[in-house]
Design a binder for this molecule. Structure first.
Ligand code: AMP
Length: 121
């Protein structure tokens, strides 16, 4: 999706957060929900999604977002540990715009692991 796209409240993650589309949730708290990716790219592939209407991508982040973005990385590392990935390692990915292959315009973080993941790109 284009890097400058406006937030679409009908995007798939907004619909998952509203419970309109089912998801295999592995974690939730007041700020975030995490569920298994429908097209897993690794044995463990979880998407961590902020609640509400976050920026569409990292390109739209502001200084004021630094706190919750930091917490999102912290939560992701905790989920990775819960999924028993901490010993072997894992990858956290945030896609931004078309060249990164971003398809959902609701900022999110991928947690990938469970096999050697190879080079980043
Ligand atoms: P991105 O390419 O970074 O925008 O990531 C979007 C991810 O959402 C992709 O890995 C998709 O497989 C995943 N996805 C799309 N629809 C669903 C869904 N209904 N449930 C779980 N994951 C989904």
């Amino acid at each position: 999706m284009p890097i400058d796209a406006r937030y679409d409240p009908e995007n798939v993650f907004a619909r998952i957060l509203r419970g309109e589309i089912p998801s295999d949730r592995v974690y939730e708290d007041a700020d975030f929900v995490a569920f298994r990716d429908i097209q897993p790219a690794a044995p463990v592939h979880i998407v961590l999604v902020p609640r509400g209407e976050p920026p569409t991508s990292p390109a739209a982040l502001r200084e004021a977002d630094a706190g919750w973005v930091g917490r999102m990385v912290l939560v992701a590392s905790r989920i990775a540990a819960e999924q028993r990935l901490a010993g072997r390692g894992y990858r956290l990915v945030v896609n931004c715009g078309d060249d990164a292959g971003q398809t959902v315009g609701h900022l999110h973080l991928h947690i990938l692991g469970g096999r050697p993941l190879g080079p980043v790109a």
